[in-house]
Ligand binder design. Structure first.
Ligand SMILES: Cc1cc2nc3c(=O)[nH]c(=O)nc-3n(C[C@H](O)[C@H](O)[C@H](O)COP(=O)(O)OP(=O)(O)OC[C@H]3O[C@@H](n4cnc5c(N)ncnc54)[C@H](O)[C@@H]3O)c2cc1C
Length: 389
């Protein structure tokens, strides 16, 4: 049976759900197709920054953070290998969520706005006809004016257009948590090449994982060792605790020029992530808002061509990601990382500045954060005296 929608969205994660929410609010007929049934699991540490909470307050009014935040903190502990470097406290919070809860709340929000959702439909490349603007979803043939690929790193839209991807493998598992024990949010540098390990306390478990630019075997071995060390420290029984792998974008730009002009990619499907921190949820939602805006503007002019408009609106996002990639290659280079860590021990103002204004609020971009720090911030922050003084 043939069905017609203004916008067909493939993938119902934060990128797809937010695209649907924005477009429903603007009055477009939308259909989200997902291969899973919501609530569905998604391998993710679930760290949400303040800018994500702010974005949700604007674009999903009424969505109460207490419904999806399971833990929060203002302090982040930095480790270099197994040695604690310092604790950094910032004025805003980091929030932890469970993706099963968070993604389901967003999809329910979309459904309340009257959007259509087809669940448990795993599309294959042969189901998508980008030239004819049709998708075969089981027995249904869906015609669309605009297509949004929000189907993550292993997305089918990229594959249908033969777009080469640059994703990195991350591994993660859940170690049982004693609620009276550690509540610290920890980041471990110096373990993975061009990456880091994390230890985040959720309600009933610690979410422990690692990502980096290494071969699958190397990152798996390193994560298994890291996992074992954490288990020993927490006196948890040995086990793999569901240690699993998933891909995250590296931040390298994808060649989206191969897509038809009525087709856009958002979130992980588009390769949008902060390459330094691996944060992707904010970028998924932000690119979704921009995609919906570009589709609205094109539709109002009766134009199917939306790619140019979208590319223009995501340019600041792309430029920020490109600059972050540049800094990642410098900051994660082992000799520089060591100096940088020493710098963090002496100059305790740098990390909180970066964590608050670049990562948490996004108020300052990667393009000019060092300039802002050295010209406006560094002279004002107190230097900690050397340890032996
Ligand atoms: C281990 C790990 C830890 C992470 N930790 C964090 C973190 O702490 N904070 C953070 O901000 N980011 C984190 N990220 C990144 C974050 O998970 C992603 O950036 C985010 O999920 C992107 O959202 P999305 O909607 O683009 O894609 P996804 O959330 O991946 O959603 C894609 C959807 O598309 C559907 N789909 C895929 N293929 C098909 C198909 N063929 N047919 C139909 N449906 C399909 C999937 O079922 C899924 O629901 C982490 C990533 C990993 C791997």
């Amino acid at each position: 049976m043939a069905k017609e929608f203004d916008v067909l969205i493939i993938g119902g994660g934060p990128a797809g759900a937010m695209t649907g929410i924005e477009l429903r609010r603007k009055g477009y007929s939308t259909c989200i197709i997902d291969k899973e049934t919501f609530p569905r699991p998604k391998l993710c540490a679930g760290l949400l920054t303040q800018k994500s909470i702010d974005l949700l307050a604007v674009h999903c009014p009424g969505l109460d953070p207490s419904d999806f935040v399971v833990e929060q903190a203002q302090t982040l502990d930095f480790y270099f290998q197994d040695k604690k470097v310092n604790s950094f406290t910032i004025p805003v919070k980091y929030y932890l969520t469970e993706r099963t809860i968070f993604d389901n709340l967003l999809i329910q929000y979309y459904l309340k706005l009257g959007g259509k959702l087809l669940q448990q439909v795993a599309l294959k490349t042969a189901d998508i006809d980008l030239k004819k603007s049709t998708v075969t979803a089981g027995v249904d043939k869906i015609c669309y004016k605009y297509l949004v690929g929000a189907d993550g790193c292993n997305g089918i839209v990229c594959r249908a257009a033969k777009i080469r991807r640059h994703d990195i493998l991350c591994l993660e598992g859940n170690i049982p948590r004693d609620p009276l024990k550690e509540k610290e949010f920890r980041i471990y540098f110096g373990l993975a090449k061009m990456g880091y390990g994390w230890f985040f306390p959720k309600k009933e478990h610690y979410c422990v994982g690692m990502g980096g630019e290494e071969s699958g075997k190397a990152i798996s071995n390193k994560t298994a060792r890291f996992f074992q060390e954490v288990q020993n420290r927490q006196s948890a029984q040995a086990g793999d605790y569901g240690l699993k792998g998933a891909f995250a974008p590296s931040g390298r730009r994808l060649n989206t020029g191969k897509l038809p002009k009525n087709t856009l990619l958002v979130g992980d499907a588009a390769g949008f992530t902060d390459p330094v921190t691996g944060e992707g949820i904010y970028y998924a939602m932000r690119s979704a808002v921009l995609a919906a805006g570009a589709i609205d503007a094109s539709a109002k002019r009766n134009k199917r061509n939306v790619a140019g408009r979208y590319n223009k609106s995501v340019r600041p996002l792309r430029q920020n990601i490109r600059a972050a990639r540049f800094w990642k290659r410098i900051l994660y280079y082992p000799p520089i990382m060591k100096t940088y860590i020493e710098h963090m021990e002496k100059h305790t103002g740098f990390a909180p500045f970066y964590l608050e204004r670049v990562v948490a609020t996004g108020e300052i971009s990667y393009r000019n954060f060092l300039w802002v720090y050295f010209t406006r911030v560094r002279s004002k922050v107190r230097r900690t005296p050397p340890k032996n003084d």
